[in-house]
Design a binder for this molecule. Structure first.
Ligand code: AHR
Length: 314
């Protein structure tokens, strides 16, 4: 589910236009990579909905590297695709390539992650989650969980990929909520690059360095799942000896939540494909599109995960 905010003008529509003789719209999509269950579901959503919408999709995987994404965008400009969409690996450093797309009159749509450029004319719209809100929801659960307790609560944090919007914003939203109570202390915070393997590796190191961890806040399910392996390997019970909060709510994360190994998950929906294809068609037709489309999301406790699991799509 997505909600549209603040409409902005539909100046110009598509650029030099249809590289396709069959009249189909060509969309060049530069994906972040395949780092997590969320990303796999997001890629599937984009590929399935492009097919459904009759849009010719040119797809590339940047393997979490900005330089690969910039190369892919440049190749879409050379190919004269109708629209370029991408999920930026990091927030900074996009102005030059996006100006090249603008000069070539190829409209750009940001999906999933924002960029920090002050020049809002470099893209038509941005569809994705409110990551600060996700971090706040994680913090609010923690505050409620420890309500009335006075002893210190030692938290370790597994951050997403360094410099990415979800890592920056989930950290900021969480910190903003817990700062009101000095008993919450983030005793270690490091990137786990949104992957299971790195989540395990960093949690192993956290466990060696700190004997008194009460809570793990992981910026996605995959890092949380890797950390669970590390916690079990250290002879501790995830969800009991160390409480765990994650973000995403992919099936594996939801299963761990239902099994009592995770305590709370903040949802981040990867199913952006259908809405993206609608936006692509509107941009090509020169119609007005909203400047921001925010994904609507919920949260899950262990009981709610048990109820939701049988119908979980991803
Ligand atoms: O940008 C969305 C984030 O990227 C997801 O929360 C994470 O799992 C993914 O890798």
């Amino acid at each position: 589910m997505v909600t549209a905010l603040a409409a902005c003008g539909g100046d110009g529509g598509a650029g030099s236009g249809s590289g396709n003789d069959d009249g189909k719209i060509t969309l060049g999509f530069a994906q972040v990579g395949a780092e997590s269950g969320w990303r796999t579901a997001n890629t599937k959503s984009i590929q399935d909905s492009a097919k459904e919408a009759g849009i010719d999709l040119q797809f590339s995987d940047a393997q979490q590297k900005q330089e690969n994404q910039i190369k892919a965008i440049r190749s879409y400009i050379t190919q004269k695709v109708d629209v370029i969409a991408f999920s930026p690996v990091v927030e900074s450093g996009w102005d030059t390539v996006l100006r090249e797309a603008k000069d070539a009159k190829i409209p750009v749509i940001l999906t999933d992650r924002a960029i920090d450029s002050p020049d809002k004319t470099l893209y038509k719209t941005f569809i994705g989650s409110d990551f600060v809100l996700e971090g706040k929801k994680a913090g609010e659960w923690l505050v409620a969980e420890y309500e009335g307790k006075t002893e210190p609560v030692n938290i370790v944090e597994l951050q997403g990929s360094t410099g990415s919007a979800p890592a920056n914003d989930r950290k900021a939203g969480f910190a903003d909520v817990i700062k009101a109570d000095p008993k919450f202390k983030v005793i270690a915070s490091q990137t786990g690059e949104f992957t299971r393997a790195k989540g395990k590796e960093v949690m192993d190191a956290f466990l060696k360095a700190h004997k008194d961890i009460d809570v793990l806040y992981a910026h996605n399910d995959d890092m949380g799942l890797g950390a669970i392996e590390a916690i079990e390997g250290a002879g501790l019970k995830p969800g009991v000896d160390i409480k765990i909060i994650t973000v995403d709510a992919v099936k594996d994360g939801m299963q761990a939540l239902a099994d009592g190994k995770i305590n709370f998950i903040v949802e981040c929906s990867p199913l952006l494909g259908p809405q993206l294809m609608e936006l692509v068609k509107k941009v090509v037709a020169g119609e007005t599109v909203p400047e921001r489309v925010v994904t609507e999301e919920t949260t899950f406790t262990q009981e709610q995960a048990k109820a939701a699991l049988p119908n979980r799509q991803y």
